[in-house]
Design a binder for this molecule. Structure first.
Ligand code: PMP
Length: 368
């Protein structure tokens, strides 16, 4: 990756939007496409059986990575897909109240806000973290484990344990799309009912994501099609057992097969937060830059006085620096911060101090 950025003269500091892919992931997917490609769960020929085994292994690897069992791991297209499915499952349960927070991404909150339940908002503390001591009583609690603007891991275990003191039956849903990049997840320790993340944010390809369901037998499928049904009778159908009943249609096979390779790479080489600390320190010396994240956050977000974030993004962009600008699909936290949008720098395990230094130089050139 480093070699690639230098050859292309691009400093890519936008891992939180999507992570660059390692050669190992690309190679694994190419090998599969060249040598082993067939559909899964559909055939009995040697190739099809081998693909079944590969998918089953990938599921075991993912389950191990988050502390789940493989029956609890459903392959989806991504966090957005998972959150929409979860919302439909909650609708089937006729939930009456859903607690959300202003840290939520549109992908997480909009689906649960649109199932006809009453929405209550968890208060945030003065550092914009979910106020662990003031979790509202609700049927469902949506927890964004790390905001894609603020970049701070939330104390998910304490939040869930306090929510259960209010309502022992609360259904907890964790959006781990950003958290998974920076911290180890243990769904068993957290005790959450649902958790999801997207493969592309950890270095796998787009089109694959993970939805963890603690009690898959308690929920019905919300998508229907091939592979999820055991028997079709005249007037009714019998679903397969989990996880198959949640996986209608052909899976994103190539992406699933690349996923364990991305997980391995991530575990060995998490993003180096020293780069963020360095950029935070350097940005705080620049007049006109107002940083909105904490120094120890996993990303650094800021606004530039007198300059629209989109203009700033374009100006650094033509100089070869890729960062995310705008409202980050997280309007609620932007509103809370009193901003329309911001600039966000985020890193992958492939970024180096040289990237961070080059980025700061480009930013200084733009804000003269
Ligand atoms: N939640 C969070 C916290 C995110 O950062 C993102 C992606 N920006 C999503 C959900 C949605 O992920 P995807 O677009 O991969 O479905």
């Amino acid at each position: 990756m480093q070699e690639k950025t230098q050859v292309n003269k691009i400093i890519y500091l936008d891992a939180a939007a999507t992570y660059q892919k390692s050669d190992a992931v690309i190679q694994k997917m190419a090998d599969f496409l060249h040598n082993d490609y067939a559909n899964a769960g559909r055939g009995v020929c040697e190739r099809a059986v081998k693909v079944d085994d590969m998918i089953a292994q990938a599921r075991r690897d993912v389950a191990k990575f988050i502390g789940a069992t493989d029956r609890q791991v459903v392959f989806v297209n991504g966090t957005t897909d998972a959150m929409n499915m979860i919302a439909q499952m909650l609708k089937q349960k006729n939930v009456r109240t859903v607690a959300v927070s202003d840290l939520d991404h549109h992908s997480a909150r909009l689906p649960v806000e649109n199932i006809g339940a009453m929405v209550v908002v968890c208060p945030l503390d003065d550092k914009y973290n979910i106020d662990v001591e003031n979790i509202p009583n609700a049927d469902v609690l949506l927890i964004t484990a790390m905001s894609n603007v603020i970049g701070v891991p939330q104390d998910v275990r304490a939040i869930i344990s306090n929510a259960k003191k209010q309502n022992p039956d609360v259904i907890t849903v964790v959006d781990a799309a950003q958290y998974v990049v920076h911290n180890q997840i243990d769904v068993t320790e957290w005790g959450c009912d649902f958790l999801c993340w997207s493969g592309h944010k950890i270095g796998a390809d787009t089109g694959v994501g993970v939805m963890f369901i603690k009690n898959p037998d308690d929920f019905n499928p919300v998508e229907f099609g091939g592979g999820m049904v055991l028997r079709v009778d005249e007037n009714s159908s019998v679903w397969n057992t989990a996880p198959d009943k949640f996986e209608a249609g052909t899976l994103p096979l190539t992406q699933i097969i690349g996923l364990p390779v991305a997980i391995d790479a991530l575990k060995k080489n998490r993003p180096d937060h020293n780069l963020i600390k360095y950029m935070y320190a350097e940005l705080s010396k620049i007049d006109g830059v107002r940083i909105i994240t904490q120094p120890d956050a996993a990303m650094v977000s800021f606004v530039v006085d007198g300059m629209h974030a989109l203009d700033f993004g374009a100006l650094v962009g033509v100089r070869g620096l890729c960062v995310r600008v705008g409202n980050m699909c997280a309007s609620w936290i932007c509103k809370k911060l009193g901003i329309d949008g911001c600039v966000r720098i985020s890193i992958g395990g492939y970024n180096t101090m040289a990237d961070a230094q080059a980025a700061i130089q480009i930013i200084k050139d733009v804000i003269k």
